[in-house]
Design a protein around this ligand. Sequence first.
Ligand SMILES: Cc1cc2nc3c(=O)[nH]c(=O)nc-3n(C[C@H](O)[C@H](O)[C@H](O)COP(=O)(O)OP(=O)(O)OC[C@H]3O[C@@H](n4cnc5c(N)ncnc54)[C@H](O)[C@@H]3O)c2cc1C
Length: 367
Amino acid sequence: MKVAVIGGGVIGVSCALHLARAGAQVQLFTEKELASGASGRSLSWLNASGPWPADYYHLRMAGIDRFRTLYANNPDINWLKFNGGIFWSDKTNEVQEWHDIEHARGYDSQRFSAADIVHIADNIDPTAIKNTGIYNPGEGWVNLPDLIEHTMAEFISLGGILTEHAGKTVPLLDAQHVTKGVISTNNGECHCDKVLLACGAATPKILAEFGVDLPDGSVLSMLAITQPANNTPTVVLNTPRVAIRPHPGNALAMDHSWYADDIKEDATGNFSVPDAIVETLLAEGNRILKSTTPLTLANYKAGWKPVPADGFPVLGALRDIPGTYVAFTHSGATLSLIIGELLSWEIINGKSHPMLASFRPNRFNTK
Ligand SMILES: Cc1cc2nc3c(=O)[nH]c(=O)nc-3n(C[C@H](O)[C@H](O)[C@H](O)COP(=O)(O)OP(=O)(O)OC[C@H]3O[C@@H](n4cnc5c(N)ncnc54)[C@H](O)[C@@H]3O)c2cc1C
């Protein structure tokens, strides 16, 4: 089987590798370079926490399981770690609600008080924690550009073809509206049996050109990376005004949602954030981490974060474009390996995997 994958983010790359592992001839087309979208600026906290539906929980747990295997097979990598996650909230009942559902599911979820934090991570200021918090020892983080590079090395070794700077690429249909390949601005036509569209936040707009309605809830986001720092935490922190994870090279990655409305896009498609926002985010990191030497910025990147309108993954065959599949999701770091595995199985075998049943594109009644 010949398959074209459109989109060089973590989802497209993972699917391309799993298709190649299954013996398909795969060509991956991406508009610019690999990881130029959300995967190049993601916090990538690997987790299944929070009060979300059970099928979404199970898919994320399977996602974490595949990352654990990857880590066990590559214990020396510095871009994937499982040192746990810490969550606290300013909302009185939120910690209790999260903990109750996590505990009911058997997710490792431990309540702590501010005074106990020193036993979990000794570089966090207890006075920053207003109420209690949750420690999830089974959680981790990954740096997606490194994962993409690692994944592509195996893809190429299996004979996969990578076409970067392909320009805009879309499915190519015959007169009956059946997929016969892809067409890209810089590469022209490529004929194949199946196509997977994994274009992150651009996915709904591409499908709209084919008359398929995929409700879009994508949001603007920004990830800041610090210069190397001393005494950085090994856990991921999800707190009311900043989320923080370790970053390769003793640095930290930070993001949050409170400044989304302040991110601006110019006429050339470049995104910027006021300096004061970045400084406030770093200051909050300094406050929480008791930094003796203040954290300084190395760089930041902003842009769209892909989010389906109802918040849940959109995965599988498109009913109205036979031969074309879609993968459009939030939490795509946690889900990347399991989506690659299950969706490639569906594409190769023409079957439906039960774990993806709740996440079909036609739940939105697409034409
Ligand atoms: C700030 C931030 C924090 C996040 N935090 C977490 C987290 O803590 N945990 C978690 O699990 N997930 C997190 N996510 C989500 C996760 O990073 C994304 O879900 C994931 O990276 C999406 O990958 P993707 O491959 O679908 O899309 P992208 O990475 O956006 O890749 C899509 C690619 O398609 C290309 N493309 C677009 N249109 C075309 C076209 N027509 N032709 C060819 N190529 C095209 C783009 O150039 C891009 O390279 C976060 C994301 C952001 C931005």
